[in-house]
Design a protein around this ligand. Structure first.
Ligand SMILES: Nc1ncnc2c1ncn2[C@@H]1O[C@H](COP(=O)(O)OP(=O)(O)OP(=O)(O)O)[C@@H](O)[C@H]1O
Ligand SMILES: [Mg+2]
Length: 252
C-alpha cells in the first residue's frame, strides 16, 4: 500500500555558517495493506521526517513515495496523522476538536452526531465532550487526538510517538486500546516510537533506523500471537526479539 523507493531528504542550511542537513538517506520500505509497522531509531535519525513525507507535508529531495501505486504529492483524507506534539486546538471543546477533521472536509452538516457519540464512547471521553483540552489529563488529550484521526475513517494511520509523554500505566492502557481499534478497523498503521518494547508489542514488523542520516538498518518480523498482552514482555520469545532489536540499535 505504501512504498518508499530510494527516499532521501536534505533540509537547507538555516544560515550561511551551517551546512544543509541530510535527515534521511536512501530509504526503501513497503507497508502492506492492514499491516502494523513500527519504526524505532535514535533521536534525530529522521523518523518524523519520513512520517511527514508519507503524510504529504514534506516532499522527498530524492526518490519516490507511492500510495497504492500513485505518487504522494500532498496530504489526503485517506491518511490521518497523530503528531508527536500535543495538537488539540485549545479554544475548542473535546467534541469540536474531534469533529474538526470532518467539518473541514464536509462542512458542519457532514458531522454525523451518532458517529461522534460512538467515538467519544469508545475513547472513554463521553463525559468530557464539552471540556476544553486544558481540563483533560495528558492521556485523555492524546485519546482525543487519536479520536480526531480515527473519526474520518482513514485507511492509513501515521502515529509519531503518540504515547511518549504518558506514564507506564496509561501507556499500556493506550497500547491495548490501539490494538483493539486496529483489530476492528483493519487500517494500516505506521507507528514511530523510542520504546523498543512498545515497538515489538504492537508490530507485525519493526523497522530499525540507523543514526542520521537515517537509513533502515534492519527489519524484524514479529510473529508473536495476537491478541497481544502487556505481560508478554516477560516471555522468552519477546526477550529474544528485544535482544535482536537492541543489537542493531547498539552494535558495540
Ligand atoms: N524543517 C526542518 N528544517 C531543517 N532541519 C530539519 C527540519 N525537520 C527536521 N530537521 C532535521 O532533520 C533531522 C531529523 O529530524 P526528525 O525530526 O525527523 O528526527 P526524529 O527521528 O523524529 O527525532 P526524535 O526521535 O527526536 O523525534 C534532525 O537533524 C532535524 O534537525
Ligand atoms: Mg520525531
Amino acid at each position: 500500500m505504501i512504498e518508499l523507493h530510494g527516499v532521501s531528504k536534505v533540509f537547507p542550511a538555516p544560515n550561511a555558517r551551517s551546512e544543509p542537513v541530510m535527515a534521511v538517506s536512501k530509504v526503501d520500505m513497503t507497508i502492506e495493506d492492514g499491516e502494523f509497522v513500527t519504526v524505532v531509531g535514535p533521536s534525530g535519525c529522521g523518523k518524523t521526517t519520513i512520517l511527514n513525507m508519507i503524510a504529504g507535508f514534506e516532499r522527498p529531495s530524492q526518490g519516490d513515495i507511492l500510495l497504492d501505486g500513485e505518487p504522494v504529492l500532498k496530504p489526503g483524507p485517506e491518511r490521518a496523522v497523530v503528531f508527536q506534539q500535543p495538537s488539540l486546538l485549545p479554544w475548542m471543546t473535546v467534541v469540536d476538536n474531534i469533529a474538526f477533521g470532518l467539518t473541514l472536509r464536509e462542512g458542519k452538516r457532514g458531522v454525523d452526531r451518532t458517529r461522534l457519540d460512538g467515538t467519544l464512547e469508545t475513547m472513554g471521553l463521553k463525559n468530557f465532550a464539552s471540556h476544553y483540552p486544558y481540563q483533560l489529563s495528558g492521556g485523555m488529550q492524546q485519546r482525543a487526538a487519536i479520536a480526531r484521526a480515527l473519526i474520518t475513517d482513514p485507511a492509513i494511520l501515521l502515529m509519531d510517538e503518540p504515547f511518549g509523554a504518558l506514564d507506564a500505566q496509561t501507556r499500556s492502557d493506550m497500547q491495548r486500546f490501539l490494538l483493539l481499534v486496529w483489530t476492528e478497523l483493519q487500517h494500516t498503521v505506521l507507528f514511530v516510537t523510542h520504546d523498543v518494547e512498545e515497538a515489538i508489542l504492537l508490530a507485525d514488523r519493526v523497522l530499525i533506523m540507523s543514526p542520521r542520516p537515517g537509513r533502515i538498518a534492519a527489519t524484524i518480523r514479529i510473529t508473536l500471537a495476537r491478541p497481544r498482552h502487556w505481560d508478554m514482555v516477560m516471555d522468552r520469545d519477546f526477550n529474544d526479539y528485544k535482544r535482536k532489536v537492541m543489537k542493531v540499535l547498539r552494535p558495540q
